[in-house]
Design a protein. Structure first.
Length: 193
């Protein structure tokens, strides 16, 4: 209720306004009426609901070029686009880290965006191999595997806090390892390599 009901209500109002706008030339005096919503179950939580999509998964639909640019920045950290990707990488890694507690409504788990980023890295790696891009691909693949396992278990079971903590423990060192790869890339850029 707290997050999506207002969004859904606004979308209904927008659709209603567009319908009135399109039909009013044909029907004189047409006006919009009231919008009434009914919910059989209303859920309110202090945390974001499960439909909150991880940043990397939103990029798949909203801005797939950014995934390409993230991969590009591992190969050519001195390029101007790589400098723009530094804050993107930091934001992405922070978002990939599972929260300290599971949400009773479910935890958003990054899957498709990781797959696509791994694919983009693989494309660059074929022509520009190197230890940083190799390590990034391996670590992201392990993170994807941890996320897929957790997502599968979450879909079939009511997961206990211990399982969430285990997933969080699996992800934390991988995210730290990715930060190490990025630090090396940025150091190469600083040295002009």
């Amino acid at each position: 209720m707290r997050y999506w009901w207002p969004v859904n209500f606004a979308e209904l109002a927008l659709m209603q306004n567009k319908a009135v706008e399109r039909l009013s030339p044909t029907y004189n005096g047409l006006r919009s009426g009231s919008i009434v919503t009914i919910a059989s179950i209303a859920y309110a939580s202090s945390a974001l609901p499960k439909v909150a999509v991880p940043i990397i998964d939103r990029l798949v639909d909203e801005d797939p070029d950014t995934l390409w640019q993230l991969a590009h920045s591992l190969v050519w950290p001195t390029a101007s686009v790589a400098q723009l990707m530094r804050p993107q990488w930091e934001r992405l890694l922070a978002d990939l880290a599972p929260g300290p507690k599971p949400d009773p409504d479910g935890v958003p788990v990054a899957i498709q965006g990781l797959r696509d980023l791994i694919r983009e890295i693989g494309r660059f790696k074929r022509f520009h191999p190197g230890p940083d891009i190799d390590e990034a691909q391996v670590v992201l693949s392990r993170l994807l595997q941890a996320n897929e396992t957790y997502a599968t278990e979450a879909a079939t079971d009511d997961l206990a806090t211990e399982r969430h903590d285990g997933w969080r423990s699996d992800c934390a060192p991988l995210i730290d390892q990715l930060r190490g790869v990025l630090r090396r890339c940025w150091a190469r850029a600083k040295n002009g390599d």
